[in-house]
Design a protein around this ligand. Structure first.
Ligand code: PLP
Length: 447
């Protein structure tokens, strides 16, 4: 047990990310002290099933000795090496090569960032550089999708289309545009896959025409929208958007920060649609959350254009901790686990999770259940016929989260009455069944 004074230190001095600062001052934080597999233990000694893998990131599960030993070895051998000045390190080079091997198509060039937000930032800068190199510097407009999340850096937050990330910060910026989400459960065109795809294609074309095709630099999407409420597009939607971008000669960027590294089944969700993005962003499962790292994948074409355009000049993008050797060693160890059974287990457990959650459809509060692989959501409503959203004042997300916590389950409770699931891929059948059972109990207590 941690002494109360630690909770007080946290309350007094730690500014929490994406939090009500006043709310935190009042309530204080729940502190986690240890974890193993899919179970975390809080400061009151309560063992909880982590149905959200931290923040959709601990894909390999906690306490994996193979990862811990790799990090420890690397810390002893070489705890830091810059990538500047033509320097580098062995684990970073090996990881880049192994990632290129796993990536779809010719995404053969890997830039390591510190996480997802600055990976997205990097792609915006690389997209601008690409068009400068091609003699079209006027291409400075970017398009993304409503309900999308692309991080909370200044640029990424503009591509993000969730109000909490804009209010008070002066975004969106005027060079960032949005089209509607595919959000099947609440799509004005209905739930027919082909109708949704046709509407999105038409809207993307119209948006590009409105801005002027010669002004558009890139289009961003998540293969499954995560923070917007785990919105799974119809099969073929991602490929349809990709094909519009190809036809209109706009760069296509897939943000796989959540969906990468087995979260939806395969190593990368894009491969399920048979497309190769021009750039792809990843983070989270890359190091299974053990240490910070993200990665931008660039296609041969994008890499060559930028390299040729810059010639002998410096491409001025980098951070002190880019390609950090300890993070790279962790990434290599996480890949070992993914390749040797974890991805397969995730596919089996993901099917079990979705089937279990679908069994909750008979519950009076459950309007929609959706997901793919170890990524799922349950959308709560007060009237199934009318799809009336759960009123936030009567059922605040924090209360549902608290109830689940008391039932020893960690899930994400989104403000709009959506429960999010992203358990570690190492979960056992029993753990998956417990996640579903504890959800039913939480819903019964919410009624
Ligand atoms: N892109 C997507 C799709 C994300 O889900 C996230 C984070 O959840 C980010 C970018 C930002 O990543 P990070 O929090 O590592 O900066």
């Amino acid at each position: 047990m941690l002494s109360n004074s630690i909770v007080e230190l946290d309350r007094a001095h730690l500014v929490h990310p994406v939090a009500s600062w006043r709310g935190h001052e009042k309530a204080g934080a729940r502190l986690l002290v240890s974890a193993k597999g899919a179970t975390v233990t809080d400061s009151e000694g309560r063992a909880l099933l982590d149905g959200f893998a931290g923040l959709w990131c601990v894909n390999a599960g906690y306490g994996q000795d193979h990862i811990i030993e790799a990090a420890t070895r690397q810390l002893r051998e070489l705890p830091y090496a810059t990538g500047y000045f033509g320097l580098g390190s062995e684990p970073a080079a090996r990881l880049a090569a192994r990632l290129a091997d796993h990536a779809p198509g010719d995404l053969n060039h890997v830039y390591f960032s510190l996480g997802g937000s600055d990976a997205v930032d990097g792609t915006v800068r690389f997209a601008r550089h690409y068009w400068h190199s091609k003699g079209q510097p006027q291409r400075d407009q970017f398009i993304s999708v409503m309900h999308g999340y692309h991080g909370s850096s200044t640029v990424g937050a503009g591509l993000t289309a969730l109000p909490a990330f804009h209010a008070g910060f002066g975004v969106p910026l005027d060079w960032q545009h949005k089209i509607s989400s595919h959000y099947a459960y609440r799509n004005p065109v209905g739930q027919d896959d082909q109708a949704i795809i046709a509407a999105s294609v038409a809207e993307l074309r119209a948006k590009v025409a409105e801005i002027g095709a010669e002004r558009v630099a890139a289009f961003y999407l998540e293969p499954i929208q995560g923070s917007g409420g785990v919105l799974v597009p119809p099969k073929g939607w991602v490929a349809a958007m990709h094909s519009v971008c190809k036809e209109l000669e706009i760069l296509f960027v897939a943000d796989e920060v959540i969906t990468g590294f087995g979260r939806t089944g395969p190593m990368f969700a894009c491969s399920e649609e048979g497309i190769v993005p021009d750039m792809m962003t990843t983070a989270k499962g890359l190091t299974s959350g053990y240490v910070p790292m993200g990665a931008i994948f660039l296609s041969d074409h994008v890499f060559q254009i930028i390299a040729d355009g810059a010639g002998a000049a410096t491409v001025g993008h980098g951070q002190t901790y880019s390609a950090h050797p300890v993070s790279a060693a962790v990434g290599l160890a996480a890949l070992d686990l993914y390749e040797n059974g974890l991805l397969d287990n995730g596919v089996k457990m993901g099917a079990r999770l979705l089937a279990g959650l679908r069994d909750l459809a008979d519950h009076p509060l459950v309007g929609d259940v959706r997901g793919r692989g170890m990524l799922a959501a349950v959308e709560l409503v007060t009237d199934k016929g009318k799809k009336t959203p759960l009123p936030a004042a009567a059922f605040p997300a924090t209360r549902i989260f608290d109830r689940a916590w008391r039932n020893r389950l960690i899930i994400r409770a989104f403000a709009q009455g959506v429960l999010g699931y992203a358990p570690p891929l190492c979960c056992t059948e029993d753990e998956i069944d417990q996640i579903v059972e504890r959800t039913r109990l939480t819903l019964d207590q919410t009624l």
